[in-house]
Design a protein around this ligand. Structure first.
Ligand SMILES: Cc1cc2nc3c(=O)[nH]c(=O)nc-3n(C[C@H](O)[C@H](O)[C@H](O)COP(=O)(O)OP(=O)(O)OC[C@H]3O[C@@H](n4cnc5c(N)ncnc54)[C@H](O)[C@@H]3O)c2cc1C
Length: 509
């Protein structure tokens, strides 16, 4: 029996989900095809059009969908992202640390972080355990030009133009993967006797029936929210930011560096993101409206832009995006699954939205229900896993704030209020005071943030874990790893091209 999957929404969530499901289930041979995928997009509701930083998971997603890396990089003005760089988060003195995508050297075999905690801490943690922070400081690419697509010297994701990415996915899904595209505004939802959605009805009266409906309608949440009324759980008492001001700014020339990392610079009542693409930068201020007016936030944003000589002097008018940080109570109800902003959204720190879309769509694609009884079991598991992931995201983002020693701002001080810290995070913190997060930190098979990520943030922010005595064998292994890191860093520094060189060469190939 054929399964009809209907996706409502043509933003990044809709097209990534369509691509991931169609690549696995929609055979070119229509006789063999067990699944068809239809995507419906309103001509009246615009996509979010932001969301420009990805995780390394995107390499795998693009490869599986069948998009070449060269096509992606050139069509989406994309560049490489190897890390997040946090400026001024710890003390507010313009100091910085990196959260790179490559784990510390020896990760899994020996805990370098244990030794760091007991050492003199004269270097940054990430520089002490790997090359990627230094490579990012020099704006170098994560790979050599002759390397195969998606292969790397240092693990990487991307920075991309969100509008162009949607266009590329749309074209690829329709032309190469057989996804059916319908433009139309969903106005009505038809229910079967068992309360499943039987069909959606568009404003021109066209009715589209299906077996599984995926709500990718963004903040409209037309199926999971408006139709099924699944409650939304706000997390604003934990993560205070609820407003973003977004702009696009030209590079000062076509010679200025293209950064290898997303730069997140702490501000009085929030932080500024800065994403470097081939032809421009995407910059924005995320802040808490309880602590700052839009005018104050805009002033800080304009100042940030004015102070950077690598940006062309220009008048920019930011776009304001308001949001309630949080997520649905459940994500799969009856025959409806919510993926993307309709399922939930929190501030873009650590770029967790696109990766959650990829992971949710991948899970669904692997476990596409084959019978009604299978569906209820799968829904229960999907809800459990997705809720765990949201809790993990919220704890990890909160960690960035509560470790701060910035003073002179109520916003930063309030982040340390125990009432605003989830119990799960308080528990982890008490553990990390006596032992570093290691391989056995989580019992989850599908965790988003490894213990390596937690180490980078904890020790980047100056957190102290009690010293561990090292035996002779471990000490000599750590010395060897340190020497290897120094050697690798030097080798990569002399071998890797700059991002700008790499990407310019790609366009002339
Ligand atoms: C300021 C900001 C910065 C961000 N930065 C990052 C980042 O760096 N990295 C990251 O991973 N994520 C980031 N995100 C999140 C990212 O932008 C979103 O996760 C991503 O764009 C997916 O959005 P979406 O497809 O769920 O929703 P949208 O893009 O809003 O798409 C919704 C779709 O639903 C359609 N629709 C709505 N109503 C109807 C209807 N009635 N009938 C038919 N169709 C309908 C619309 O037409 C549209 O096509 C950021 C978000 C914000 C706000």
């Amino acid at each position: 029996m054929k399964t009809s999957v209907v996706i409502v929404g043509g933003g990044t969530a809709g097209w990534l989900t369509a691509g991931i499901i169609a690549a696995k289930h929609c055979s070119k041979d229509t006789m063999l095809q067990q699944t068809d995928v239809t995507l419906v997009e309103s001509p009246d509701v615009k996509n979010l059009g932001v969301g420009e930083g990805t995780w390394p998971t995107m390499r795998d997603t693009l490869r599986k969908i069948g998009i070449s890396e060269r096509e992606f990089l050139t069509c989406c003005d994309a560049s490489f992202k190897q890390a997040s760089k946090f400026v001024g988060w710890s003390k507010g003195n313009n100091e910085h640390y990196y959260h790179p995508f490559t784990p510390p050297s020896g990760y899994g075999a020996v805990s370098m972080a244990d030794h760091w905690s007991s050492g003199d801490k004269s270097a940054n943690f990430e520089t002490w355990v790997g090359a990627q922070g230094v490579i990012c400081e020099q704006n170098l690419a994560p790979k050599l030009p002759q390397m195969a697509e998606y292969a790397f010297s240092l693990n990487y994701g991307y920075h991309l133009n969100a509008g162009k990415f949607v266009k590329l996915l749309h074209q690829h899904c329709v032309e190469k993967l057989g996804v059916k595209y319908i433009q139309g505004h969903v106005e009505q939802v038809m229910s079967a006797e068992n309360e499943d959605i039987s069909a959606i009805v568009l404003s021109d009266g066209e009715s589209i029936a299906g077996d599984l409906f995926i709500d990718c309608s963004g903040f409209s949440a037309i199926l999971i929210g408006k139709h099924y009324q699944i409650p939304f759980e706000s997390k604003r008492h934990i993560l205070f930011n609820d407003t973003a001001l977004a702009v696009q700014v030209e590079h000062a020339s076509n010679e200025v560096p293209i950064a290898s990392c997303t730069v997140a610079t702490a501000q009085k009542n929030g932080w500024v993101w800065d994403i470097s693409l081939q032809n421009r930068r995407g910059i924005g201020h995320v802040f808490a409206s309880d602590f700052s007016s839009i005018e104050q936030a805009e002033e800080e944003l304009q100042q940030y832009i004015k102070n950077d000589p690598c940006l062309a002097p220009q008048q920019v008018t930011p776009r304001t995006i308001k949001f309630d940080p949080g997520h649905r109570k459940t994500f799969w109800h009856k025959n409806c699954v919510a993926i993307g902003v309709s399922a939930g959204f929190v501030e873009p720190l650590e770029a967790t939205a696109l990766v959650l879309i990829e992971k949710s769509a991948e899970w669904l694609s692997e476990q596409l229900p084959r019978s009604p009884s299978a569906r209820s079991v799968l829904a229960k598991r999907f809800n459990h896993l997705t809720l765990q992931r949201w809790q993990e995201i919220i704890d990890f983002l909160k960690l960035h704030y509560l470790l701060s020693q910035r003073s002179g701002s109520e916003y930063w001080q309030e982040h340390q209020n125990p009432d605003s810290i989830p119990e799960s995070l308080q528990e982890s913190l008490s553990l990390w005071r006596s032992q570093v997060p290691g391989l056995y930190e989580s019992n989850q098979r599908f965790e988003l943030f490894s213990s390596a990520s937690k180490q980078y943030v904890l020790y980047g922010m100056g957190f102290n874990t009690a010293q561990q005595p090292l035996d002779q064998k471990e000490a000599s292994l750590i010395k060897r790893l340190q020497n290897e890191t120094l050697y690798n860093t030097e080798k990569l520094l002399s071998a890797l091209p700059s991002n700008r060189q790499f990407l310019a060469k790609l366009r002339t190939k």
